[in-house]
Design a protein around this ligand. Structure first.
Ligand code: 523
Length: 146
């Protein structure tokens, strides 16, 4: 463990040293928000749950609220952690929360070039990043049924 993780306790996860990437299953009016990445080249065009890296000293839930504000221009609140943790590139792990919109309509301000609100029976109409699929499946269970 580095000195900085000892002092701040966030950024790299205390237990594993991995950088935590947080993402939101943003649920509104019975639909889930999907965001199409515009970068980097190897991920561009694939769809994800919006989010980003937790900064040193930041609570994961606060990081997620910040990322949704920066990337989508909305105010949101986290609701429930979706159980589990999914490996990304080496040294990075993904954790996901459901979230609710408090104000604003999401716009692709940063990192995305398209957004779509998907109902439960539309979730497989976009090409999700592989690592996001388990959390998307879990979030689907919170949407009105088919
Ligand atoms: N993922 C990922 N799924 C997912 C997110 C939000 C991120 O697989 N739902 C991956 C993509 C990147 C890494 O996590 O490899 C970091 O995500 P990124 O680039 O969205 O994080 P930022 O916005 O914090 O990154 P910077 O633009 O570099 O600050």
């Amino acid at each position: 463990m580095t000195e900085s993780t000892t002092r701040h306790g966030a950024g790299p996860d205390r237990g594993t040293g991995a950088v935590v990437v947080v993402a939101a299953a943003l649920l509104d009016r019975g639909r889930l928000l999907a965001a199409r990445r515009s970068a980097p080249a190897e991920l561009a065009g694939r769809w994800e749950l919006p989010g980003g890296k937790v900064e040193p000293g930041e609570r994961p839930e606060d990081a997620l609220v910040r990322e949704l504000r920066e990337e989508l221009g909305v105010e949101a609140e986290t609701a429930e952690r979706i159980p589990g943790e999914w490996p990304l590139k080496p040294g990075y792990v993904l954790r996901v929360w459901t979230a609710r919109l408090l104000s604003g309509e999401p716009r692709p301000l940063e990192d995305h070039d398209e957004l779509r609100w998907l109902a439960r029976d539309e979730l497989d109409t976009v090409d999700w990043l592989d690592q996001d699929r388990p959390a998307v499946a879990e979030a689907a269970r919170r949407l009105p049924g088919v």
